[in-house]
Design a protein around this ligand. Sequence first.
Ligand code: ZN
Length: 255
Amino acid sequence: MASLKSPGLILKKTPFSDSSLILKVFTRESGLITLIAKGAKRPKSKYHGLLDFFTLDQFVYPAKSKSEIHTLMEVGLMRDFPRLKSDPARQSLAHVFLELYLKYVPEPEQSHPHFELLLERLGRIDEAREFDPVLELCDFLLALCAVSGFSPQFSECAQCGRTDLGFRARLDPDLGGPVCATCSGTGGGAGAGSFSARLLRWLTRLQACGPRAGRIPREEEAQAEAFLLAFLGKHAGGSRPMKSLDFYHQMLEPL
Ligand SMILES: [Zn+2]
């Protein structure tokens, strides 16, 4: 039987029968695919210790399958992300990255840029000495939007194009940008959904140069995160509930 070999990252594992696992894997060569690892839950399985989250594995699977679910033929370890496995703060953020791919990247569709982005960012939070999770997540969301072919902008009114947006402006997830006070008809009020000029400038910097944009107050970072999630949802086929965000937000709470 002709087979394919590809590096891949496990996004989700579901028990199947008493002994097997169904895996959602984002592969370099086939995009997001579903594999069944037969017998993987048995203690003496050949897959023992290989099907963890946060390892880069080489997967071998049939080139063609009658079903949507391919039978895993072989797997080999290529790279480990040890701190993602042992540090809860890093792990909670990494699980958000995995779930974003599971929920918002279409299946099946080969995309090397998507694969490289996920691999690079998992490596980055694994290796970083110190990192700010909200900054990393906002940066990841912007990068995921960019490789998916849609990006928001933060410097001009999405309706009339004016760049002097005043002290605050509303960000519109549908339009993917700020809407000035005149166009939104609010008279420039500081409503709940309005973003400060500082936050808009920070988002522009983040889009241009990544985490070197630096930190801003946590409430504003959280506001940016919520907007970017809403924007991604609007442009990638509708918002989906994200379980991993609950744990991630718990990890952000001060002890
Ligand atoms: Zn306007």
